[in-house]
Design a protein around this ligand. Structure first.
Ligand code: AMP
Length: 463
């Protein structure tokens, strides 16, 4: 099947062809005709499947007719994090370049004044994180009664972040005759309940998980002790053919410490996590995309949905607590047909988490024995993998102070407990992925970031 066969406008086909896309992905082929027929949909699809375009493309055509009115957005897309919201906005720009639609992005962590100005002009597409949207709504700056299309993206992530009550509240403010599209990687009971309550006769679409279906990602478990993790990581970075890599940690402090350690050892690395202000996060991301740095040390929330082309490796410095996070993390590599490798460090305390992961993906992951590192720092690699040349070059290593990794084995959070949340509580010291949301104050990022607020972006796109 080709895009030309599913009834998209000529303008969209042109934009798609310029983006280099000719054939729809399975989720696009299944969802686009349903959206065109004005059906509600529940789509079980992960990032990496092309799910964003599966709602962005038909929305652009549906919204092409009609005019936006002041403070009354015509459509609303809810995203759990600012990064995802920004990526959806990029999709609208890319595919909507031959349409004259206006768009605004409402995300926590940026000035509210500009956001209000953009809304007052009227927008066709509003992309928002729930906390910031609720803030503006409660201040009377926005009316949702003209909003006839609603997209709830990454619904299971919204659940993890404690956004479901906000979403329910938002749903009640939209017209009941609207079209609702719900995307989620999994369908836990609270999401099913949300769908039953707010969707009308939805078409159910499910596509294969990219991580389980993606034969392009080679996956390995590496047995390791907590104290040896950094050494083993450096060893892998030097012996694998790493062109660039994302390294995931479960806690912000680990992200910070590991990045510092890697830099001290001469690696070109950066970090993103929820405590870093938006401008710096963007800067780090750009540096990673441009190749100014090769390694990005990241937390789950900050890295959710990151779409960086050509990531050769993913390292799980900490085994993720939630099996879904594993799928999301490794999905940062092996994208768009490229090959990728994912290494997950496993300590004794992680065995249960690994069992859950293997159950979810339906496969046993190949286990490498602990990689031996000699006392003098000279690495020995397991004979099985052999030594290869990495393009991630560490400059001459400076001596590092003793690596007493402060983080001992972490308590495993219970998923259900992290779900129900008092929305406005201070979350520390939980891991980022299980952190309750803060949907309150103006200076609060939706993903729990409380830093200063740089400029807002409101984008009018089209020619
Ligand atoms: P998503 O699942 O929306 O995060 O998309 C994952 C990646 O697939 C992004 O880099 C998209 O640009 C890319 N993509 C989206 N649609 C297509 C398509 N029809 N063919 C190839 N790649 C696509």
């Amino acid at each position: 099947m080709r895009f030309a066969d599913i009834g998209l406008s000529d303008e969209l086909l042109r934009a798609l062809s310029e983006a280099g896309y000719d054939a729809p992905t399975p989720i696009q082929a299944a969802a686009i005709p349903q959206v065109q027929m004005m059906r509600d949909i529940i789509a079980i699809a992960q990032t990496g499947t092309g799910k964003t375009a599966s709602f962005v493309l038909p929305m652009i055509d549906v919204l092409a007719n009609g005019r936006a009115r002041a403070r009354m957005p015509r459509s609303l897309i809810l995203e759990p994090t600012r990064e995802l919201a920004a990526q959806v906005a990029e999709n609208f720009e890319k595919y909507g370049k031959y349409h004259k639609l206006s768009m605004a992005l409402l995300i926590g962590g940026v000035q509210m004044g500009d956001q209000v100005k953009a809304l007052e002009k009227g927008v066709d597409v509003l992309i928002a994180t729930p906390g910031r949207l609720m803030d503006l709504f409660e201040r009377g700056k926005i009316l949702l009664t003209g909003c006839e299309m609603l997209v709830i993206d990454e619904a299971d992530r919204m659940l993890d972040m404690g956004f479901i009550p906000d979403i329910e509240h938002i749903c009640t403010k939209l017209p009941t005759t609207r079209q609702t599209l719900l995307f989620s990687a999994t369908m836990p009971p609270p999401i099913k309940k949300l769908a039953d309550k707010f969707l009308s006769n939805p078409k159910y679409i499910e596509v294969a998980r990219p991580a389980t279906a993606n034969v392009n990602i080679e996956q390995f478990l590496v047995n390791v002790t907590q104290m040896k993790k950094r050494e083993v990581l450096r060893d892998l970075l030097r012996t694998e053919t790493v062109s660039n890599a994302i390294i995931f940690c479960n806690r912000k402090t680990t992200v910070r410490e590991l990045n510092t350690s890697l830099q001290r050892h001469g690696f070109r690395s950066g970090e993103i996590h929820g405590d870093i202000d938006q401008a710096s996060r963007q800067k780090q991301l750009e540096a990673f995309k441009n190749g100014d740095i090769d390694l990005l040390v990241a937390s789950d929330v900050a890295a959710r949905g990151l779409d960086v082309k050509g990531v050769s490796h993913v390292f799980n410095f900490d085994a993720p607590w939630h099996p879904d996070d594993y799928v999301h993390r490794i999905g940062r590599t092996g994208r768009a047909g490229a090959k990728g490798k994912a290494f997950t460090f496993v300590t004794k305390a992680d065995q249960e988490a690994i069992e859950s992961i293997e159950k979810l993906i339906g496969n046993k992951i190949e286990r490498l024995g602990e990689i031996e590192v000699q006392v003098d720092g000279e690495e020995r690699v397991p004979a099985k993998r052999g030594r290869r040349t990495s393009s991630v070059k560490a400059k001459e290593a400076r001596p590092e102070p003793p690596e007493a990794v402060a983080e001992t084995s972490q308590p495993k959070p219970v998923r259900e407990k992290t779900v129900a949340k008092p929305a406005r509580e201070k979350p520390e010291p939980k891991p980022e992925s299980a952190k309750p949301a803060q949907s309150g104050g103006a200076a609060t990022g939706d993903d729990g970031w409380n830093g200063p607020m740089p400029g807002f972006l409101s984008v009018g796109f089209g020619t």
